[in-house]
Design a protein around this ligand. Structure first.
Ligand code: NDP
Length: 513
């Protein structure tokens, strides 16, 4: 579809304006609804209400909080199909993806943390190795109000997972969803309100970038941001100025290293799904493949065969494998990456263009060969259904190329030799490296979601991620309390001599023979 035609789809019906955002179905152009643009003053008021509700919530014991949050999970379970349908309509992903990558992920995460939160947030003893007369431990205190700023590609699993964890940890939450997919967040709030939890404890403020900025300025105690590197840097500066902690989950450029001994059927199946699920709009998407020359030709053929068989269309139609892209500007970026790669000598093996007919934002699942490491398609995030594959002479070369990136969110290694896979994985610079699999770990709430280089600051998910939603405080209690400690006043040469002797006695290295 040409841009003029795309324009006509987007022009149908009411348009977004300063006070309101109109949400559309990216597969059909159909108007789905409208949300207000929340002013800075209203954002502040929402934070204040959440704070007032949080004061009582923080006093509720963890086990009871978890029990009450389970009611929210149950509401999601009961109304799962309604949620799935809306995710599919507003985001363009297929029903199966809306279920498997969004609703199921949030439900499983809620269950995991509700069951374990009491143990995870229990005081943590620190046995002191030297000062045996003292007892030390950590305890976890809710931070207050957590501001969550989320992207459009996983409009349910990302903000809901973070919200559920923050609530269990004893916080209030104010969520600013992406302007591209606001209705799903509004639906989440509707479900939340139906399950008897304190209404003001979780609030949704819809709007654009300035509403996100207003949330950071609105008196929150922590920010959890997921989005692009560019916005993430602005968020870090704003949080730095206010000295509030922030977790930043940013872009990815996941490499897949295919070794000479890989199981090529599993590898091809994994790569095709890893590159094209959710139309490639996944921060962990397979964005570049480095295949050993011994298997390159056969792997490329298997990937091409499988890609040609993918059925692209309306995500709500049964049998659709690849739905619509969510945002026209992202589609344009993916298209540009392909065009510029082709202009520099890359070959399109499958796909390569927007869908020619009908409404909606579809970009064909695309396989590129003859790519080079210095092309934008290999260096910059694509965030669309495009898989560039490059031939390498050795695993060493593949590791070097995989690490040649400013991003480091996820990476993948394919080999039948698990021990070799593990060793390669440990040398790849990424927050998570999967051996013989792709994408899955975001759906495993006990594992941390994190990145290195410019892909992340901090982590979400995992037991430590739950603790990160609290202030960690240290308590030290004397088991016996003599009148004074040796190092208190008054100082004397005698004490000095004694301490010197004691230090040497305790720490002297054992003589080597
Ligand atoms: P953006 O950075 O454009 O936006 C993210 C969120 O920030 C949106 O809610 C946006 O609002 C808001 N925002 C924009 N400007 C500001 C500002 N100045 N202050 C505060 N908030 C602001 O990212 P996208 O929504 O386009 O998401 C795609 C990106 O997210 C990709 O790079 C992808 O890799 C990354 N991502 C990372 C994940 C991870 O876990 N590491 C997971 C998913 C995506 P609005 O949309 O209304 O402008």
């Amino acid at each position: 579809m040409g841009s003029a035609q795309m324009q006509s789809v987007r022009d149908q019906g009411p348009a977004s304006h300063d006070d309101a955002i109109v949400s559309r179905n990216p597969a059909t152009g159909e108007v789905l609804g409208e949300v207000p643009v929340t002013s800075a003053a209203d954002v502040k008021a929402a934070v204040a209400r959440a704070r007032a509700a949080q004061r009582d919530w923080a006093k509720v014991p963890v086990a009871e909080r978890a029990r009450r949050v389970l009611a929210f999970r149950d509401e999601i379970l009961t109304r799962a199909e309604e949620v799935i349908e809306l995710i599919s309509r507003e985001g363009g992903k297929t029903r199966l993806e809306a279920l498997g990558m969004e609703v199921l992920v949030a439900v499983d995460l809620a269950t995991y943390f509700c069951k374990r939160a009491e143990g995870i947030l229990a005081p943590h003893p620190i046995p002191l190795h030297l000062l045996k007369t003292k007892k030390s431990y950590l305890h976890y205190v809710p931070r207050g109000v957590v501001g969550i700023i989320s992207p459009w590609n996983f409009p349910f699993s990302i903000p809901l997972g973070e919200t559920i964890m923050a609530l269990i940890a004893g916080n209030g939450v104010v969520l600013k969803p992406s302007e591209i997919t606001p209705l799903i967040a509004v639906k989440a709030k509707e479900l939340y309100d139906a399950c008897g939890l304190p209404r003001d404890l979780f609030q949704v403020v819809t709007g654009r970038g300035p509403t996100g900025a207003a949330l950071i300025d609105g008196g929150v105690d922590q920010i959890i941001f997921t989005g692009s590197v560019t916005t993430g840097k602005k968020v870090a500066v704003a949080c730095g100025e206010r000295l509030i902690p922030c977790t930043l989950e940013l872009g990815g450029k996941a490499p897949a290293i295919v070794c000479a001994d890989a199981d090529l059927d599993r590898t091809a199946n994994a790569l095709v799904w890893g590159a094209f699920a959710n139309s490639g709009q996944v921060c962990a998407s397979v964005e570049r493949v480095y295949a050993h020359e011994a298997v390159y030709d056969e792997l490329v053929q298997k990937i091409a065969e499988r890609t040609r068989k993918l059925r692209q269309g309306n995500p709500l139609d049964d049998g659709t494998d690849v739905g619509a892209m969510t945002w026209d500007q992202q589609l344009a970026i993916a298209e540009d990456r392909v065009k510029s790669a082709v202009a520099s000598g890359a070959k399109i093996l499958v796909g390569g263009k927007r869908k020619a007919t009908g409404p909606g934002m579809f970009f064909e699942p695309t396989v590129l060969t003859d790519v080079k490491q210095d092309m934008d398609v290999m260096r910059k995030e694509i965030f669309g259904p495009v898989m560039p594959i490059m031939r390498v002479r050795s695993e060493e070369e593949a590791i070097g190329l995989a690490n040649d990136s400013h991003l480091g969110l996820t990476a993948y290694v394919f080999t039948k030799d698990r021990e070799k896979g593990r060793k390669i994985a440990e040398r790849v610079e990424a927050g998570t490296v999967m051996v013989n699999d792709v994408l899955f770990s975001y759906g495993a709430p006990e594992t941390p979601w994190l990145g290195v280089k410019q892909s992340a600051v901090g982590r979400t998910h995992s037991d430590d991620g739950l603790r990160d939603l609290c202030q960690t405080r240290h308590i030290a209690v004397d088991r016996i309390a003599p009148k004074r400690e040796m190092w208190w006043y008054p100082y004397s040469p005698r004490t000095y001599g004694f301490m010197l002797k004691a230090m040497r006695l305790l720490f002297r290295a054992k003589k080597r023979r």
